[in-house]
Ligand binder design. Structure first.
Ligand SMILES: Nc1ncnc2c1ncn2[C@@H]1O[C@H](COP(=O)(O)OP(=O)(O)OP(=O)(O)O)[C@@H](O)[C@H]1O
Ligand SMILES: [Mg+2]
Length: 511
């Protein structure tokens, strides 16, 4: 190892008496890349929050040395001043501000109240160039997709004098092209002597990028090994404590009649030059898993939002459910029609962060628990019944939480995702839309979600799955639709389907 830049010794961190980290030690040299791997809830993000001062000195046990000095940070400002910059798992940009304002937030160029706009604009363009993001600095962040927002976060980090960059699942929302860009950026930074701690459930990336791989399981440090000497299977075995035979547990199931027929779906934002969804028609069968592939910006998510009544622009589509024409204009009417959706961006659309895990799960079906003793205004809730459902679904989806009463924002990313799936299943939908369902989910939990999907289609549910992970699309779907620039470009049976076929279709121009 080169000269140690970072030395974390015996870190212990507890939350209300429950240990999330149980004496974890890691070290890292200048310009080295360390990946931290582990299942959902194993403690990866907590370790990074300790390192970056989110959890201040004194709130954990153990010591952290950076460039030989003991860190006693009282917040992230202190660690940023040292050159430690963290990009969190959940995006943290201010949606209503411009890209430029976000990049300089708390770090503005210029003196006192008057900021030098021109200099900021220039610097922002330069930083966006470094992350190969071809957008205007004055665009509002909310106009960007999650993938682009992630790159803005990295541009923001580059603006600070970074010596150690921490990326907590940076690529879980990116497509392969964007991932390449990001991995290239990290490699470039490494060549400039900037160290990086990388957290990802994508083990191919981990191996391609890292010098070292540390594995954490249930808050315990299992091992740190030289990446070049590991295979993906080695890492998985250390993560889950057992060998996992197959990644995609395909199960036979019966596919029935058409349950959903969508004709001529079109969606456009006010003032946009081309529609986000452009005259798309397709069928979905009972008991079918329909995969939807395409690059970010191809209109996959927007198409799903139209079906679920939550697209925020102009849209129209002829929708038939079980042969009956249906107008779906709101989420409420979608749920009433038997359509539920697990959204792509769980922070923005999926959860109420400060509400308990349990209430987040029952939120869509609270009416079911209303008691008759009170008027609807002062509606009482049958808490026993609600609690029963919560317990059942927490168990069914193996949501790892200290208690159902815990605010959901405290759950690890993957476990929040499982809670959102639980919430959707409680509405007993006929059609379940999953937009990037395994984003940020570990290999073991992915396997459980695939198993769950098969058990649902066996019960007669139909599933539409949007996914950027091609192995998953191919490994799990019965049939795959490919979108490009709002249009449907291809339809394939999963038999004989390859990543290459999908990619060729996803980038093809013309009709
Ligand atoms: N603020 C908090 N309050 C209570 N418990 C917490 C808090 N933050 C984390 N935890 C718990 O600590 C454990 C580790 O969570 P952490 O977020 O570090 O997991 P992770 O390895 O990053 O998982 P993922 O891969 O899902 O992101 C989990 O059981 C989580 O519920
Ligand atoms: Mg995490």
């Amino acid at each position: 190892m080169k000269q140690p830049l970072l030395d974390m010794r015996d870190i212990v961190k507890s939350f209300s008496g429950v240990r999330a980290l149980n004496g974890v030690s890691i070290t890292l040299g200048e310009g080295e890349v360390l990946s931290v791997c582990g299942e959902n809830g194993s403690g990866k993000s907590t370790l990074m929050k300790v390192l970056s001062g989110v959890w201040p000195y004194g709130s954990y046990e153990g010591e952290i040395y950076f460039q030989g000095e003991l860190i006693q940070a009282s917040g992230i400002r202190d660690t940023e001043a040292l050159g430690i910059v963290i990009i969190h798992q959940e995006l943290a940009l201010v949606q209503e501000l411009s890209v430029m304002d976000n990049i300089f937030l708390g770090n503005e160029i210029g003196s006192f109240a008057r900021l030098n706009d021109e200099a900021m604009h220039h610097r922002a363009s330069e930083l966006l160039g470094r992350v190969k993001l071809n957008i205007q600095p004055d665009m509002l962040v909310r106009e960007l997709g999650v993938g682009q927002q992630q790159l803005v976060e990295i541009a923001k980090a580059l603006n600070k004098n970074v010596k150690l960059l921490i990326l907590d699942e940076p690529t879980s929302s990116l497509t392969s092209a964007d991932i390449r860009i990001l991995l290239d950026i990290v490699s470039e930074l490494r060549d400039q002597g900037i160290a990086c701690i990388y957290i990802s459930h994508k083990l191919d990336e981990v191996l391609a990028l890292s010098d070292w791989v540390a594995v954490i399981r249930d808050g315990d440090h299992i091992a740190t090994k030289v990446a070049a000497e590991l295979t993906q299977h080695d890492i998985i075995a250390m993560m889950v404590g057992r060998q996992l035979e197959e990644l995609f547990p395909r199960e036979d199931h019966e596919i029935g009649e058409v349950v959903l027929r969508v004709n001529n779906a079109t969606a456009i934002q006010a003032g946009a030059s081309r529609p986000q969804v452009d005259n798309v028609s397709f069928d979905l069968h009972r008991g079918e898993i329909l995969g939807i592939a395409g690059l970010i910006g191809s209109g996959r998510t927007e198409l799903m939002q139209c079906l679920y009544g939550c697209y925020d622009g102009q849209y129209q589509a002829t929708v038939e459910l079980d042969g009956q024409s249906k107008q779906i204009r709101t989420q409420r009417s979608a749920l009433a029609a038997g359509i539920a959706m697990v959204p792509e961006d769980r922070k923005r659309h999926g959860i109420v962060p400060i509400m308990s895990v349990g209430r987040n799960i029952t939120l869509s079906v609270l009416d079911n628990y209303k008691t008759n003793h009170f008027s609807s205004v002062f509606g009482g809730v049958d808490e026993d019944k609600e609690y029963q459902d919560i317990e059942e679904y927490i168990a069914r989806l193996k949501v790892k939480t200290a208690s159902p009463e815990l605010a959901i924002k405290h759950l690890s990313g993957g476990n929040q995702q499982k809670a959102i799936i639980a919430k959707c299943l409680l509405t007993h939908p006929k059609i379940l839309i999953l937009d990037e369902p395994t984003r940020g989910i570990d290999v073991g939990a992915k396997y459980e979600i695939y198993k769950l999907m098969y058990s649902l289609v066996k019960e007669g549910m139909s599933i539409i799955m949007v996914s950027s992970e091609l192995p998953e699309v191919i490994g799990i779907s019965d049939r795959v639709l490919v979108m490009h620039e709002g249009k449907l470009k291809g339809e394939f049976d999963h038999q004989g389907l390859t990543q290459e076929i999908i990619m060729n279709c996803a980038i093809k121009e013309g009709a």
